[in-house]
Design a protein around this ligand. Sequence first.
Ligand code: UDP
Length: 338
Amino acid sequence: MTKKIMVTGGAGYIGSHMVRLLNQQNHDVVVVDNLSRGNADVVKNAELIIEDIGNSAGMIDIFKAHKPDAVMHFAAYAYVGESVDRPELYYANNVSGTLNLVEAMRETNTNNLVFSSTCATYGQPNKLPITESTTQNPINPYGQSKLMVEQILSDYAVAYGLRSTALRYFNAAGSAEDGSLGEQHDPETHLLPLILFEALRIKNGGNPADTNLKVFGDDFDTRDGTCIRDYIHVNDLGSAHIAAVMRMIDTPDLGAEQFNLGTNQGYTVLEVIDACRKVTGEDIQFKRIARRAGDPPELVADASLAMKTLGWTPEFADIHLSIQHAWDWFSAHPPTKL
Ligand code: UDP
């Protein structure tokens, strides 16, 4: 059945793909984004309200005017490295901003929140693959800020009956399969786009030996010394959100739930580079440099609980699909400087 969904951060990478999927399924969407890191032009077929989730009066007015059936909350800062250097941004926006959002929901009797959480809440896990009961012990302020929000949501479920689903994303990757949307971060710090930027530079005649691509650390305790991550297609993240909203709407006595979203398969940085070589056909080279602060060696999901409980199956689980879709997007929309 058609629902009215508020998408905070709908002008960002994952949020804009979410809006596209909701539109495809004929849901009615209102986007709230302060455009501090998003792009207004990626919000298509939805009303865009430019507002900061930290503005109480503004958010209460929006809830009163739109009366959404559920909120999908993507608006957050999400750079691990930046969070180590500037933790105040993460605690202010991710924690205080979300507290303000849920207070506005409480004030306006709005229920059902899907929250973008992260595998960074697990820190350096004591066992792999990571299940939802793996100890959460973040090693950077980004992960810490998301864990704090999970705690807030659990407390609000008990105190006020707020239904929420925290989806702990592993590494979001890829873009719309039809080339209509892509990943646009400024600055871009994520591995997959940076590898593809390097492939584009070579495709445009650049010398592979003059590479801009850096591998952060090759002395981790992993099969080739580089970090292992679980890359999940952005469309698959989106379909899990819709399943989570429907479950909350259909199950009134649910409290706060948490699920991992990943593919159950990890790739080292070098394996991702190799997969990008195969997809792009370019001779991508790299430099090895020191570890980046805050990077755990291995994060791989056991996502079986989400699959079972939400009835969700990743449709684009093969990393080559994520790379192909991202490559199609970046080839058509190259960044201004490579
Ligand atoms: N990485 C890298 N070079 C880069 C960017 C990232 O080696 O230019 C590594 C990073 O250390 C991590 C993995 O690639 O092990 C994924 O990093 P990303 O920033 O894409 O996502 P994160 O895991 O931090 O959410």
